[in-house]
Design a protein around this ligand. Structure first.
Ligand code: FPP
Length: 250
């Protein structure tokens, strides 16, 4: 049976988030510059997005550029931004043809002007699409997002728009950049690293983690399917007790 056929279609995760990692190592293994890896990473993005849409995943979130990535050499940052601009512009038609909505989370205003402009244009153009929401985390870090939420909540309390007694889980969620998007049930990280790297720290409270040794440029839809099969074989208890196993969750 193919890996895709092993997926139980009525028990799909609604939201899959991916930490795309290993582009640099992939390039180095071939004696090439890091940028070569990022360029090949685009093919992995394309195939994964298509595979997710084909399955019926509602939300796919990709960690494309972290706040910490600004510490990389300027030459790599500039080339990555250029690659993002070109990819977004080139792929907008495919997103339209496949009814995919583009979204972005992160400090988008900190992106270079052209990148910001193209991104916003693609987001506006695809705003009416409904098959899947593809969110790019750009200049994103979870601590940035949570700090921003705390500041905005404090300001609203100060302005009398909010009473401090109203602050609870669901209110905090409304102040995050992912407001309105369900928490990811599945978080994937490539390249054999077992870290979360400041990604969706609030939202992954109950996510299942899937780690693969594949470097991001080698990742394809079959790898996504495999991660979903693994997810479906797990016992999610959300801190409670599962009737079938009667086991307490740690
Ligand atoms: C991590 O590999 C990858 C990135 C920081 C960039 C991801 C960007 C792309 C795949 C390009 C296009 C993306 C979109 C959404 C169009 P790394 O550089 O940290 O690799 P390393 O850990 O091996 O050094």
């Amino acid at each position: 049976m193919s890996i895709k056929n092993q997926i139980i279609t009525d028990r799909l995760p609604r939201h899959v988030a991916i930490i795309m990692d290993g582009n640099g190592r992939w390039a180095k293994k071939q004696g090439k510059l890091r940028m070569f890896g990022h360029q090949h990473g685009v093919a992995a993005v394309r195939d994964t997005v298509e595979g997710a849409a084909e399955l019926g995943i509602e939300y796919l979130t990709l960690y494309a550029f972290s706040t910490e990535n600004w510490n990389r050499p300027a030459i790599e940052i500039n080339a990555l931004m250029e690659l993002l601009v070109n990819t977004i512009s080139k792929e907008t038609k495919t997103l339209m043809d496949n009814n995919i909505r583009l979204n972005a989370i992160g400090d988008i205003e900190s992106l270079p002007g052209r990148c910001n402009k193209n991104l916003k244009a693609a987001i506006d153009k695809t705003a009416g699409n409904s098959r899947m929401t593809l969110t790019l985390a750009l200049s994103y870090s979870s601590r940035w997002e949570i700090t921003r939420a705390i500041k905005n909540i404090a300001q609203d309390v100060k302005d009398g728009k909010l009473n401090a007694t109203e602050i609870n889980d669901s209110l905090v969620e409304k102040y995050l950049t992912t407001a309105g998007i369900p928490d990811p049930e599945l978080l994937i990280r490539t390249s054999g690293e077992y870290r979360v790297s400041n990604f969706l720290l609030w939202q992954i409270a109950y996510s299942e983690f899937y780690f693969t040794n594949k470097l991001w440029p080698d990742f394809r839809r079959e790898d996504l399917f495999e991660s979903i099969v693994s997810y479906q074989n797990r016992d999610r208890r959300f801190g409670g007790v599962n009737e079938s196993t009667n086991a307490k969750h740690a």
